[in-house]
Design a protein around this ligand. Sequence first.
Ligand code: HEC
Ligand code: HEC
Length: 341
Amino acid sequence: MRLTVLVAALLLGACGRTAGERPIGKKIEIVVPLGLPPLAVPGDNPVTAETVALGKKLFFDPRLSADNTVSCASCHSPEHGFGDGRKTALGVRQQTGNRNAPTVLNAAYSPRQFWDGRAASLEEQAAGPIANPIEMNLPHGECVEKLKEDPEYRVLFAKAFGEGEFGMEHVQRAIAAFERTVISGNSPFDRYFYGVDKTALSAAAVRGMAIFMDRKRGNCVACHLAGEKTALFTDGLFHNVGAGLNAEGELTDLGRFAETKSERDKGAFKTPSLRNVAQSGPYMHDGRLKTLREVVDFYAGGGSSNPYLDKEIKPLALTGLDREDLVAFLESLTGELARVR
Ligand code: HEC
Ligand code: HEC
């Protein structure tokens, strides 16, 4: 009996059995920090201790690039609020793209990924940069072969998805699982706003918050949603705020339009969450604004006029002090990462 099982196992192994698509192992709970809504996790990729550990290793591993120089974390590093601190991203062989690396923090909540929303999930998104010639430039087949050569990865994939051959879908699932743990809340704003600690915010930040929330003053909350129970500081939608115009006033990047071909999406980009925003400059999809003060001044000026400018963007009557207060408020959105158990 024992022998038959052994022979069967060997035969299956020889035929290149594929690992199961679903994670095996210990399902873990992501303890959502104060201020964030419950986190939706796809039914076919439950977060397990094993997929998170594997995904984390993959995220920080430069071997996922053609010349072993660029990892996901090169452009989404914890030291830069999971962005890269650069105007536009820098990939293999010093190639620069034309968009700013957004933070990965709280991307788990985003209904669509990328500035133009072209990926529907974190799983789908993770495939993009690995093969992208100006980012990591590693074709998916080669990526999987490279990982299979490493005995440590073979063990980690087996623990996460079961014995058998693993493929690109497993790489994507593990990275997505890790990213679901990279969520930030419990900032001074949350502790103040959700009533835990009325001393958590400075007087300047409290004034800035009032401007941010007031539809007649800052009107920021029209798109960067913050409500009674939770605040993601984004509506998950796409708007044209007038960033991305060249000196001639023309749109240089059509943004969401490339996906929808709908006229009103020209120059529209995904509303970024503002959590930990003080750490992730420079700002906007093209990294054109270096500091939060520049962002506030940009909005105060009514964005940049163009035919597709969102109707919520208008010149704002804000004094110098008001602007400093808004910056103080934005700085109060830096929080802490989720715990897992
Ligand atoms: C060379 C720099 C670079 C590398 C390497 C890179 N990214 Fe990115 N990442 C970007 C840029 C730039 C964007 C925005 C591109 C766009 O919107 O068109 C982005 C977008 C994203 C987003 C979408 C966030 C959002 O809110 O829409 C996620 C998630 C992400 N990257 C995760 C990853 C993962 C996982 C890896 C590794 C497999 C990775 N990135 C590798 C630069 C990089
Ligand atoms: C009409 C919707 C809308 C309104 C109103 C709005 N924003 Fe934005 N915000 C966006 C979008 C969309 C982007 C990205 C635009 C781009 O890159 O082209 C953005 C980008 C930003 C960024 C840069 C974040 C990053 O990671 O690059 C900051 C900071 C910001 N907004 C703060 C504010 C503040 C402060 C106000 C109020 C004064 C405000 N926003 C009003 C939609 C809006």
